[in-house]
Design a protein around this ligand. Sequence first.
Ligand SMILES: NC(=O)c1ccc[n+]([C@@H]2O[C@H](COP(=O)([O-])OP(=O)(O)OC[C@H]3O[C@@H](n4cnc5c(N)ncnc54)[C@H](OP(=O)(O)O)[C@@H]3O)[C@@H](O)[C@H]2O)c1
Length: 317
Amino acid sequence: MSRTFRLSNGDEIPALGLGTWKSEPGEVGAALREAIGAGYRHIDCAAIYMNEREVGQAIAGAIAEGDVRREDLWITSKLWNCNHLAADVRPGLEQTLADLGLDYLDLYLIHWPVAFKPGVTFPRQPEEYLSPDEAPIAQTWSEMEKAVDDGLCRNIGLSNFSEAKCRAVVDGARIAPTVNQVELHPILAQPDLLASCADMGIHLTAHSPLGSGDRPDVMKRSDEPQPMEHRVVHAIADRNQASPAQVLIAWAIQRGTSVIPKSVNPERIRQNMAASEITLSDIDMAEINALDRAERIMLADFFCPPGSPYTVEWMWA
Ligand SMILES: NC(=O)c1ccc[n+]([C@@H]2O[C@H](COP(=O)([O-])OP(=O)(O)OC[C@H]3O[C@@H](n4cnc5c(N)ncnc54)[C@H](OP(=O)(O)O)[C@@H]3O)[C@@H](O)[C@H]2O)c1
């Protein structure tokens, strides 16, 4: 049984999961089967990744062939930004469940604290956004809670939410968020968010743990953090006969966060799984912890063009 973290409601989330953003149709299904064969039991999905149907076919195939049972899998998905209005939450979740071929999710997250008008996949004009007043997150959350009541998901949570935004949801919640999925790697270690979310009973999952190097060039900056390239990470990898990616994964798990590296490469999928068995020394951990520069890969500036109701400062305040 692979390592898990206990959530505030007693559920256990597997420490290592497979990321699926940018895993293309035609390759994501094979990656998933490879991962399940290698022992992964946690799959991180989202409607906006546009590949949930193929993910669902791979899950169904793995179950039908006896590789795994549904109850042994942890499937996360996320509500996209155009489904924040009360009437649109349930249809978004139902579409994801239909695409994944599942009757429940283990975890459903609000993908971003940012709302678009219904039907807008990605705004081209400022008028296609909804402001926080037009799409209050408390109303979105209330619909997420109803999905738990109706058995469509076992846990609900947040993604890319700052401490203050988590606090606002927690304070108004009937069913508390159990997870916040955020960018976490040694250059953006977010120790304060980790501690404050722990106080609120919220577990953190680390997205972009390897630096998300396969993002489209338009999303990249020349000065963005590249944790896998850092010389300290390389030195620790050499000391542990491990790869830099394995050091980043082991560090994430050892500090108490679940972690969801994406790969479609069979060798790297297995290598990343093996990282969950690595124990770093206290000195290794301290050296990695010292790399924090509070620098984001994903500023979320793509939601903040002129005229948008959102700003980078608002996002992370
Ligand atoms: N909630 C959110 O807003 C949000 C945002 C970003 C990401 N996520 C989730 O987090 C997951 C992970 O983040 P990410 O996909 O952005 O980036 P990532 O996992 O940090 O990095 C993925 C890149 O690393 C490569 N890679 C994987 N294993 C490797 C290894 N052992 N050695 C060297 N290279 C390796 C992958 O290539 P290959 O595939 O060729 O191996 C790919 O190019 C996503 O897939 C998604 O599920 C969520």
